[in-house]
Design a protein around this ligand. Sequence first.
Ligand SMILES: [Zn+2]
Length: 257
Amino acid sequence: MTAVWDPGLVGAELVALTRSLGELSRDLVILAEGNTSQRLPDGRVVVMASGSNMRTATAEDFVVVDVDPLVELMRSPTATQADLTTALDAGEHAGRRRRASIETLVHVAAQAFAPTEFVGHTHPTAVVGLLASVHAATAWDRHVYSDEAVVIGRPLYVPYATPGIDLGRVYFEALRRHVDTHGELPTLVLLGNHGIVVNAPSPAGVEAGSEMAVKGALVRVAAYSVGGVAPLDTASVDKFFGRGDVIERRARLGGGG
Ligand SMILES: [Zn+2]
């Protein structure tokens, strides 16, 4: 079995991060939107169960999945949505079917490239608005202020795909290309018409990446509304990335190296 339901494996840090991201006032998710995950020392991933609410999450709202079989599914040209549903099913416990979220693949994909301790996926209104606009594919091509370069580094944009096996395939390929080009996982992934994924080594890193994505969206919308974005010049951002104090700040925030 690929998925098991075992609340004893769900850490307090993961539950706290989930509830924090789910706070209504932050406008990152509503209802059963969004999900979080944590990598276990044995390489398995604890991920939210389908239909759970982030704001009220408890250790019972998570399922533990094996990475390799799910990576196989993303790489297989013939895998179906039904195959994925079967792989995510942790069986019935206390009268309830426990199945890992249909969005589990965006949590697992990162692990195929580098061990990633925490992943947070949300649908922030401010970001989804921009990702549902004509600017979606290009909005984050360039940095527009230096703190987002520090916290987020180089983000990755992934065009819309139906959540499930389709998104998993597209997402896995996009991550592979990004890692090939830049030599590191993106901290922030922007999903067209959908939301964001933040990969980080700590809950604080997921919080910081999520907040900076929201701020980056609000700044861009403000700039578009008064005539357009005047981005930072690429050469100065590259120089900035190489600076010792910036590398240190990024590492502290969990924004990679
Ligand atoms: Zn989503």
